[in-house]
Design a protein around this ligand. Structure first.
Ligand SMILES: [Ca+2]
Ligand SMILES: [Ca+2]
Ligand SMILES: [Ca+2]
Length: 137
């Protein structure tokens, strides 16, 4: 009886670890419908202007009180506190659209190792591309 119980407990704990570790690995898949949103000119890649346009739509979505800035609460799940601090040169604790777009530009460049000014599906789905996707979708 006891070894059985220990075994089931072990299985439960194991399953718990797997369940907990999954979300960290959850990736945003760049499927056809997401690509359509991000790539209005339909050339198969996302350029910086398209990323910024998507980002400013996201900014509006994150700013329901519509005061033109995002505070840490509104940025929850998108940027953590230390990322916000780095992105906030005027140090007022919130990001305005200009500051938000500067982060998009930085993450865009980081996600574009071949430096051709566009992100293809593979670059968007890379680790660095995921950082950018968080800001724009
Ligand atoms: Ca495009
Ligand atoms: Ca600011
Ligand atoms: Ca590229």
């Amino acid at each position: 009886m006891f070894p059985r119980l220990a075994l089931s407990l072990g299985l439960l704990i194991g399953a718990g670890v797997i369940a907990v570790s999954l979300p960290a690995e959850a990736k945003t898949k760049v499927d056809a419908s997401l690509m359509k949103t991000l790539d209005p000119d339909n050339d198969g890649t996302v350029d910086l202007k398209e990323a910024k346009d998507a980002g400013s739509a996201m900014f509006k979505k994150l700013d329901p009180d519509n005061d033109g800035t995002l505070d840490a609460k509104e940025l929850k799940g998108v940027m953590d506190k230390s990322a916000i601090k780095k992105a906030d040169p005027d140090n007022d604790g919130t990001l305005d659209l200009k500051e938000y777009e500067a982060v998009i530009e930085k993450d865009f460049k980081a996600a574009d190792p071949d430096n051709d000014g566009t992100l293809d599906k593979k670059e968007l789905e890379s680790g660095k591309g995921q950082n950018l996707l968080k800001l724009i979708v």
